[in-house]
Design a protein around this ligand. Structure first.
Ligand SMILES: CC(C)(COP(=O)(O)OP(=O)(O)OC[C@H]1O[C@@H](n2cnc3c(N)ncnc32)[C@H](O)[C@@H]1O)[C@@H](O)C(=O)NCCC(=O)NCCS
Ligand SMILES: Nc1ncnc2c1ncn2[C@@H]1O[C@H](COP(=O)(O)OP(=O)(O)OP(=O)(O)O)[C@@H](O)[C@H]1O
Length: 272
């Protein structure tokens, strides 16, 4: 209304206002809105190729998908689905745990950098205690990352080579910190899982039984959904029923198979 008054005052014609009802989308799925809307259009993009992969010149076998996403965004559940479709999965959380097993250089460096009090009764690093220490202090987290990330990268690359030698075609590198650590540089594509912060919080409280403040610290220590989407070729959202996630993953896998077939038609590239 204010706008109309302003327009009239400046001697311009007053604009007519026409109300148009939203068109119903007769083909909408249960988790989509009944009306045709921009959010429905965005939901339909999940699992599709949003932008062309950039790292086309990496060695050809295996084809590496970096799967990233914030804490509790559903990466593990997406990995299980991709395994079901034929991918091999490298779990970087697990490689991180290996990097500071007792007796390793990583173990000694973590103690030197972050204190002896992170060692549990069994002599190994108590990850709950270490997590509590690093997620409340960015500089400590950075120091831990400096120790562990190069180890993870080298173990992951070794696993990729072994997988490639064994004839594996597609390997998924499951890594929450893929982009921050720069490991997307050795992936052919980046796929990500996004989930609203409130949902992530609910899941962490349920699954990890952490106090809310600690759960928030973990979320805040990570990239935002937007930053992940900006880096991604394919995006999933695990907010709805498991079947909806499965459909997104199947769509992404079918698209990937098409891209791989068109690669096969081109000359072979060297192995990793
Ligand atoms: C902080 C630690 C001790 C917590 O151990 P915990 O068993 O409780 O958790 P887990 O390792 O299973 O990780 C769970 C999730 O926490 C988040 N997370 C873990 N490390 C980091 C990190 N460096 N930065 C941001 N988020 C992280 C991720 O979402 C991850 O998926 C452990 O994660 C760790 O040593 N992190 C440093 C190495 C690393 O970056 N690992 C992640 C590789 S993807
Ligand atoms: N589609 C879904 N609907 C509801 N809950 C889900 C869905 N997908 C995953 N979850 C739940 O969310 C939690 C986190 O899922 P998952 O472990 O797959 O996430 P993650 O990204 O691998 O977590 P982390 O970063 O901690 O390793 C689990 O408790 C899981 O059961």
């Amino acid at each position: 209304m204010q706008c109309c008054i302003h327009v009239a005052f400046r001697g311009l014609c007053v604009l007519d206002i026409h109300e148009i009802s939203l068109v119903e989308d007769i083909n909408h799925a249960a988790h989509e809105e009944a009306k045709i809307s921009s959010s429905t259009q965005r939901i339909r993009l999940l699992g599709t190729l949003l932008k062309q992969p950039k790292n086309k010149d990496l060695p050809g076998t295996p084809y590496v998908i970096g799967l990233t996403g914030g804490i509790a965004s559903g990466k593990s559940s997406v990995c299980r689905r991709l395994e079901g479709l034929g991918a091999a999965v490298i779990d970087c959380d697990k490689l991180g745990h290996k990097a500071y097993l007792p007796g390793t250089q990583g173990f000694r460096r973590v103690l030197t950098e972050l204190g002896q009090d992170v060692v549990g009764h069994d002599g190994s690093i108590n990850r709950r205690a270490l997590g509590a220490k690093v997620f409340q202090d960015r500089s400590r987290l950075d120091r831990l990352n400096q120790i562990v990330w190069p180890e993870i990268a080298s173990m992951a690359r070794k696993e990729m080579r072994v997988l490639g030698d064994g004839g594996c075609l597609v390997c998924v590198l499951d890594a929450a910190v893929l982009i921050e650590a720069g490991w997307d540089g050795f992936c052919h594509e980046v796929w990500s899982c996004i989930i609203h912060e409130d949902e992530a919080l609910k899941r962490i409280l349920n699954r990890d039984r952490l106090p809310e403040e600690k759960a928030r610290q973990r979320i805040e220590s990570q990239l935002s959904n937007q930053e992940r989407v900006d880096h991604s070729n394919v995006v999933f959202c695990t907010f709805w029923e498991p079947e909806v996630t499965q459909k997104q993953v199947e769509k992404a896998w079918a698209g990937l198979m098409e891209r791989l077939q068109s690669r096969e038609a081109k000359p072979q590239q060297p192995k990793l």
